[in-house]
Design a protein around this ligand. Structure first.
Ligand code: ATP
Length: 476
């Protein structure tokens, strides 16, 4: 992003607290995200992505895939199943310990995540506590904890463990039913395929396997719009390396991920790196860092980067009784590779990108405008094309331009309402350029092109439009 664009981004004029509500409303109004099953009264915390939302998600996925797979000689892709053999989740530890602590308010019957309640109300870190210690802490502090729903304190059930995996039955005959789980992460599909990949593709350690796909977690409380949902998409990569080299690869991937977020236009001061301290680390993890984004409701995890040692592959080798050692022919050694995993949530990333791009300029004046200053490579529509009038042959010329440009980029044709209203609609969609066909176009073939961020207009020959858009999008 150019310096000019970055400077333009400093005049954010809406308070952070209000912006989540406003972003949610804009997403509905402009066809990015709709509440799920709305005509049936809604299904809590499910969302459907509309025509512009699906383009933004696709652009994010494509940018990630380009940078993490296509541009890297050492990473390949995979698309594994959502339902895996149930033993996978026993081996990975998810059946035994993918739990969150649950409590109910006895007064109003509302349900909460006990750790979130303690952390939010008493500001006590609990990530490193064993269940017993956590239960005792909750009992001890119960009088100080107020139910966010009814306001009563000290009236909670015991803390219970709740497994987050969704279960379903596979097979049509009840006696042959197998209980399977919807995957809560895409990573395990990679671990169980790594031998296939090593045997069939010419990969050599160090190498990574990347995957984009849906994951499901029966979150006790799903909230904050698309930040935490029960069905979401992840973009994960497992990077397999020689034991002893994991520290430098961990550092490499932390920087690589941070640089990628900056390259898609997220402002540096909206991001921070939080290293997990030793107590917070999972028992198999050597090192974990979260890239956090400053969401409208505060800092939250966006991307977790973990050095997972050889834990997952060792577990799968033991439970499947298959040899998952890598045969390093150059060094004449066999070993279970170590793994560094950058795991990113696509929907959370979309919320970060929208929050970062959302601006209300000149509020409460006649010039007020809401604009999504998305990086052009993420914008769902690259240009809006407007005939000044529908008559006098202007709409035909605009349609010709639409047909020509739509071969190269997604563009919108809009002939309804005043030009001001059409600009307003495209600003809210984050469209970087608007092209107007007027009477001069008929005379001399030139059109006006308006820049979303500066609102400045230039006149150029219509034949130069494609090159103009390509150049200006590249320079952004
Ligand atoms: P959190 O602490 O927020 O529950 P986590 O540490 O359990 O997240 P990971 O298991 O590391 O998350 O998953 C990797 C990424 O997947 C997260 O950084 C986040 O972007 C995304 N993610 C995880 N759970 C959800 C969810 N329920 N809804 C949307 N995205 C999620």
């Amino acid at each position: 992003m150019s310096e000019k664009q970055k400077n333009k981004k400093t005049d954010k004029t809406v308070s952070r607290e209000d912006s989540l509500k406003e972003i949610t409303a804009l997403c509905k109004r402009r066809g990015f995200v709709y509440p799920g099953s709305e005509i049936y009264g809604g299904l809590s915390n499910t969302f459907d992505y509309g025509p512009y939302g699906v383009e933004l998600l696709r652009n994010l996925k494509n940018e990630w895939w380009k940078t993490f797979v296509h541009n890297r000689a050492d990473v390949v892709g995979l698309d594994s199943s959502i339902m895996l053999h149930p033993s996978v989740w026993i081996a990975s530890g998810h059946v035994g310990s993918f739990n969150d602590p649950l409590i109910d308010c006895k007064n109003c019957k509302s349900r909460f995540r006990a750790d979130h309640l303690i952390e939010e109300t008493l500001k006590i870190e609990t990530a490193n506590l064993e269940l017993n210690d956590f239960q005792n802490l909750f009992k001890e502090k119960s009088e100080e904890i107020i139910c966010p729903s009814c306001g009563k304190s000290g009236n909670f059930t015991e803390v219970r463990q709740f497994n987050l995996m969704f279960q379903t039955q596979m097979g049509s005959l009840s006696d042959s039913d197998v209980t399977v789980y919807l995957r809560p992460e895409t990573a395990q599909g990679i671990f169980i395929n790594v031998k296939n990949i090593a045997d069939t593709c010419r990969v050599k350690i160090p190498f990574g396997v990347a995957q984009i796909g849906k994951s499901f977690r029966n979150e006790i409380i799903a909230r904050q719009f698309i930040f935490r949902t029960r069905e979401f998409e992840q973009m994960e990569m497992e990077f397999f390396c020689e034991p002893g080299t994991q520290k430098e690869w961990f550092e490499h991937w932390v920087k690589f991920c941070m640089d990628w977020l900056l390259s898609i236009g997220i402002r540096k001061d909206s991001l921070r790196l939080r290293n997990h301290d030793e107590k917070e680390l999972s028992f198999y993890s050597e090192n974990t860092a979260d890239i956090e984004y400053q969401f409208p409701f505060g800092w939250g995890e966006l991307w977790g980067i973990a050095s997972r040692t050889d834990y997952d592959l060792k577990q799968h080798a033991e439970h499947s009784r298959k040899n998952l050692e890598y045969n390093d022919q150059e060094k004449n050694q066999k070993y279970i590779p170590y793994v560094v995993e950058p795991a990113l949530g696509l929907n959370r990333l979309m919320l970060a990108v929208l929050s970062d791009a959302y601006f209300v300029e000149n509020p409460a004046t006649k010039e007020q405008r809401t604009v999504l200053k998305l990086h052009p490579k993420l914008a769902p529509v690259k240009a809006g094309i407007f005939p000044l009038q529908k008559k006098d042959g202007l709409s035909e010329i605009a349609m010709e331009i639409y047909n020509d440009l739509s071969k190269s980029f997604p563009v919108d044709y809009d002939a309804s309402g005043s030009i001001g209203k059409r600009y307003y609609r495209q600003d809210e969609l984050g469209t970087p350029f608007c092209i107007t066909v007027d009477y001069d176009t008929k005379e001399n073939g030139s059109v006006t092109v308006r820049n979303r961020d500066t609102t400045e207009q230039v006149r150029i020959p219509k034949e130069e439009l494609k090159q103009f858009l390509i150049k200006n999008m590249e320079d952004a």
